[in-house]
Design a protein around this ligand. Structure first.
Ligand code: ASP
Length: 340
């Protein structure tokens, strides 16, 4: 029996067409996308399809859409061996991160892919990306999925989704995973990096988290950031969690107004999670004097979490876990390979 893969189409460049008059790219419908790819049938994988009713540019991605994707996977979980999500590259790392936290106990591949050039364009990277993703989603060894994780398959690399970041708006090689090696490399053969792949707990079934709390914000530091800017963000009504994007290994200005503002917000229940602006390496609060005060104020160490992972993890934990002390504890625990 052929493996079965469900293709979930959300939009993105992979399925876009160019208006001959204006030159503007916009999404087109799924049936046309499959027509351009007759070679997919040669994979000996049975492909089912699900399309968003409204095809989007991934700049319009929202938590409600993550819930829709997660629900589709949940409803079809027993009928398919794997899932491929076709998605725009702009926010693909956010969606992959969100899904990795939403799909607790996942034992089947969920592979996100897309392309830098639409699939109908002669030199498109979309064809290879799609074929690779479908093949990996349907691949098993000894009757078990080899990659039971949420991944991004792009330009001959398979990455753990929650470790990625979109780094390049031009090259085919759009994604970067600075703190974790690829799970597979696609050449003549697909070379799986077995020791890097998550091993699920066999006894656990799939548990889908569908509640997300979007009362979070990201504050990226820069030299010259004003007291007014910082205090305005901290004063956002109802704010529950803040990702603080700091310098280097977690450093921030030492000005007392800055530290006091953070401490005051944390004392009033705000969760502040420290991640670095660097694409490789991790936060080590206390290493430099410039981060000792953050630690004392109660800022949480985000280690080597990407911003994409940090913000989605925070939304999902705040949506489903109480009290806040438990959220803080889980933020510092690797739930699905998102931290080293
Ligand atoms: N703007 C597009 C999107 O993210 C870019 C792409 O797909 O590469 O939907």
């Amino acid at each position: 029996m052929n493996p079965k893969v469900l293709l979930i189409y959300t939009g993105g460049t992979i399925g876009m067409v160019q208006d001959p008059k204006t030159g503007i790219w916009s999404p087109f419908d799924f049936s046309s996308l499959l027509e351009t790819m007759p070679s997919l049938r040669k994979l000996n994988i049975d492909i089912g399809t699900y399309s968003f009713s409204e095809i989007i540019d991934s700049s319009d991605m929202r938590p409600e859409y993550w819930v829709e994707i997660a629900k589709v996977i949940e409803e079809n979980y027993n009928d398919y061996d794997g899932f491929v999500v076709l998605h725009g590259t702009d926010t693909m790392s956010y969606t992959a991160s969100a899904l990795s936290f939403m799909l607790e106990g996942l034992k089947k591949p969920v592979i996100l892919t897309g392309s830098q050039l639409p699939i109908g364009v002669l030199r498109s990277d979309g064809k290879d990306n799609l074929i690779n993703a479908v093949e990996i989603a349907g691949y098993k060894e000894n009757g078990k999925a080899l990659v039971p994780e949420v991944c991004i398959c792009f330009e001959n690399n398979l990455y753990r989704g929650n470790r990625t970041t979109k780094l390049n708006a031009e090259n085919f090689n759009a994604f970067y995973s600075g703190n974790y090696s690829p799970l597979a490399e696609v050449g003549i053969h697909v070379k799986y990096n077995h020791h890097a792949i998550l091993q699920p707990v066999e006894s656990r079934g799939l548990l889908v988290h569908k509640k997300l709390d979007d009362r979070v914000a990201i504050l990226k530091l820069y030299p010259g950031i004003s007291q007014n800017t910082v205090e305005s963000i901290l004063a956002i009504e109802g704010l529950q969690g803040l990702i603080l994007e700091t310098y280097g290994s977690g450093n921030a200005p030492s000005a007392s107004w800055f530290i006091n503002a953070l401490k005051h917000a944390i004392d009033n229940g705000l969760i502040v999670l420290n991640v670095t602006q660097c694409k490789k390496g991790k936060v080590e609060m206390g290493k430099y004097e410039a981060s000792v005060e953050l630690l004392k104020a109660g800022v949480i160490n985000g280690e080597d979490l990407t911003t994409e992972s940090a913000v989605t993890k925070l939304m999902i934990l705040l949506g489903s876990i109480t009290p806040k002390s438990k959220v803080a504890e889980l933020l510092q625990t690797s739930l699905c390979g998102e931290m080293s």
